[in-house]
Every structure is written in structure tokens, then in C-alpha cells.
Design a protein around this ligand. Structure first.
Ligand code: DX5
Ligand code: ZN
Length: 225
């Protein structure tokens, strides 16, 4: 795919970590009308990261309410392998786990593939691009964190070189014919989106920017084009 095509076709995944939890139903319905492609669902266990968010029953409810939007589950948990099937059964379309977690990476990828969900591998800001190279053929998506995982609303960290290196490595070495998505997560807004897209990212996660926008639909358009 040419760089320009990729920019035109990039996807937007809205992080519900920034939603108003007292009005989650309205927030999800609002997302449905805003033109986002995916709902990004951040699962935190208080051990892998210093925060605890939400889990399987909330995902099940979102899946019932919004069957059309892809559910993009980001597991920030110590032992993801143990929970893959449960998140799949709760409705996850994409399941992304961290390379830095304690589960065996190859086994966890295999378990996600076994369920039929799309496979994502995430890396924190300090983890180099090379760490994902051994798995380049086995995953559908690489998630390059642009903040330290754990909280919404943090300042964007520029990971352009890492994104470019992963794209270039994939273009040269990936024999899997399916498109490899490169997702970014953390501090994505109208100012930072052009930076990550220019480096080759094509799935943009955004939480506080979308949920704080007066016009969410317009904010989604800004991230997409
Ligand atoms: C952070 C989460 C992100 C977070 C992004 O650990 O993985 O998905 O919700 O929020 P913003 O877009 O506000 O940085
Ligand atoms: Zn996330």
C-alpha cells in the first residue's frame, strides 16, 4: 500500500477509558454516530500498570450495545494468556497484549489466533522496535505506545523512528500477505496525528481528545484525514 493510500485509510479507535462511566450507554451510542471504526478497551490489572480499569462484564455489555463497531481490546495485565479466551467470548475482535507481560509471547499469539480474533502485540516506549521483529509474520497489528501505559490524558511521546523501523522491517521481511496495522496509543490529537501518520501508523487510538471535543464527529474526521 502506498503511503498516501495508507493515510487516507487510517482507522480511528476511541478509548473508552476517557468516557463518562456514569453515562456509558450514551457515550457508546455517541461513538456509534461519530464515525469511529473501533472501540478501544483498556484493561488494567493494577500490577502490570499502576491503575485498575474495567474487565470482562463491561466488555460484554458494550458488545451487546454496539455490535457493529470493532472491539479493540488492549490488555495491560501481567498474565494475558490466562484471559484470552474469556475476552474473545466477551466480544473482542482484536486482542492486543504486551510483549513486556509475563506470558510467553509466542504461546499468547497462538492462543489469540486459535480463538479467531485478530492478534496485536504492544510495546512500551522503552522497548525497541527490534523486540517485535521475531513475531512480524504472526500478528495482525503492532501497537506502539506513545505514552507509558496506565492513564489517559498524558503527554504524547514521539515514537516516529520506532514506527518507521517497524514499517520498513515489515515491508522487507513480512511474508504474511495480510496488511500489518501499526497502532499508536497515547496523547493522540489533531496536533500529534499527522506526526504518527507520517511515520506510518494507520490505527490511531484516542481517548481524551475525542471525549473532550465539542463535536466528536469533527474530531474523528480530523484524525482520519
Ligand atoms: C493508556 C491507554 C490509552 C489511553 C489513551 O495506558 O492505553 O488507551 O486511554 O488516552 P489518551 O488518548 O487520552 O492519551
Ligand atoms: Zn490503550
Amino acid at each position: 500500500m502506498k503511503r498516501n493510500d495508507r493515510i487516507l485509510s487510517n482507522l480511528v479507535s476511541a478509548s473508552v477509558l476517557s468516557a463518562d462511566m456514569l453515562h456509558l450507554e450514551e457515550e457508546i451510542k455517541k461513538l456509534g454516530k461519530s464515525g469511529v471504526d473501533m472501540i478501544h478497551f483498556d484493561v488494567m490489572d493494577g500490577v502490570f500498570v499502576n491503575n485498575i480499569s474495567f474487565g470482562i462484564p463491561v466488555l460484554e455489555s458494550i458488545n451487546k450495545l454496539s455490535p457493529d463497531l470493532l472491539l479493540d481490546v488492549h490488555l495491560m495485565i501481567t498474565d494475558p494468556l490466562k484471559y484470552i479466551n474469556k475476552f474473545f467470548l466477551a466480544g473482542a475482535d482484536y486482542i492486543t497484549f504486551h510483549l513486556e507481560s509475563e506470558s510467553d509471547t509466542a504461546e499468547t499469539i497462538e492462543e489469540i489466533r486459535r480463538t479467531g480474533a485478530r492478534t496485536g502485540l504492544a510495546i512500551k516506549p522503552d522497548t525497541p522496535a527490534e523486540a517485535v521483529y521475531p513475531y512480524i509474520n504472526d500478528v495482525d497489528m503492532i501497537l506502539v505506545m506513545t505514552v507509558e501505559p496506565g492513564f489517559g490524558g498524558q503527554e504524547f511521546m514521539d515514537m516516529s523512528d520506532k514506527i518507521r523501523n517497524i514499517r520498513e522491517y515489515a515491508e522487507r521481511n513480512r511474508s504474511n500477505p495480510a496488511h500489518l496495522f501499526v497502532e499508536v496509543d497515547g496523547g493522540i490529537n489533531d496536533r500529534t496525528a499527522p506526526i504518527v501518520k507520517n511515520a506510518g501508523a494507520d490505527v490511531l487510538v484516542s481517548g481524551s481528545y475525542l471525549f473532550r471535543a465539542d463535536d466528536m464527529e469533527k474530531a474523528v474526521r480530523t484524525l482520519r484525514t
